[in-house]
Ligand binder design. Structure first.
Ligand code: BT5
Length: 241
């Protein structure tokens, strides 16, 4: 695939019809002295990765699978996935989806359904591989909890969507290695979780419930349980809208 719009945004773009995972592919290339904003886009992934060993479904023709290399250091890694999710909501707005928001930490939702997921990892030298999956067309075996651009009446293809995300990633990470407070504020405004009663499963399996009061300066979700508790990583469910 030619991907002319994406090539204008990403410094070094590799297109693969099929790969195990674009994140794994980019991590394999990290030793090659990758430039900032090098990217891999694949037509399908055979082992698309979610968090905590979960799978990300990306059948051929249905989705964007994009991984982007952000040259480090980045001073606040706790904000990486959050600001990437903000960039995705802005890209969706530019494509005509005005009602996308972020479920902390890494889900982009439209009408309560997941259109995009983000998986970031730090490399040994403090750089970042940022993986973004976004549903473009409805999948034949789509999860009830998922939604795609097609179902929202948006016709954008892989090239257009990747370029829109890339431009917005550049913007949200423009102050690297530091991050802009204004971007953090924008994230909070786009975060659907703040103000919700939530159930959170912590990495050790502990379950907590309470009001999600804020996202603090480290990017942690503050839940009133009723004592304030700051979570760096968790799976979160919104208990009511
Ligand atoms: C994520 O994990 O949402 C991170 C997804 C990151 C995928 C991108 S694609 C490009 C790059 N290369 C990779 O290998 N990965 C990244 P998590 O929060 O753990 O959510 C995973 C859960 O989302 C699954 O257990 C399913 O319930 C659900 N899910 C899987 N595929 C989906 C899809 N296409 N649309 C919506 N939900 C999906």
């Amino acid at each position: 695939m030619q991907l002319p719009k994406s090539r204008a945004v990403f410094s070094d773009l590799v297109w693969l019809e099929s790969v195990d995972s674009t994140n794994l592919e980019l991590q394999r290339r990290v030793g090659e002295d990758l430039p900032d904003l090098a990217a891999v886009i694949a037509g399908t992934q055979t082992k698309g990765q979610g968090r905590l060993g979960r799978a990300w479904e990306s059948p051929a023709g249905s989705s964007l699978s994009l991984s982007v290399f952000l040259k480090g250091p980045i001073s606040e890694p706790g904000w990486l996935s959050l600001l990437a999710a903000l960039a995705v909501t802005r890209a969706l707005a530019s494509l005509g989806v005005s009602k996308a928001g972020v479920k902390w930490p890494n889900d982009v939702l439209v009408d309560g359904k997941k259109i995009s997921g983000i998986l970031s990892s730090l490399t040994a030298d403090g750089s970042v591989v940022l993986g973004i999956g976004l549903n473009i067309q409805r999948q034949s075996k789509q999860l009830d909890t998922a939604i795609s651009l097609e179902e929202l009446g948006i016709a954008g293809g892989i090239d257009e969507v990747a370029a829109a995300i890339g431009g917005n990633l550049l913007e949200v990470f423009s102050a690297r290695p530091a991050l802009k407070d204004s971007q953090k504020s924008s994230f909070r405004a786009a975060c659907l979780t703040i103000g919700q009663e939530v159930r959170a499963e912590l990495p050790g399996g502990e379950i907590v419930t309470g009001l999600a009061a804020s996202v603090n300066d480290s990017g942690q979700l503050v839940i009133l349980t009723p004592e304030p508790m700051s979570l760096s990583a968790a799976d979160v469910w919104h208990l009511r809208s």
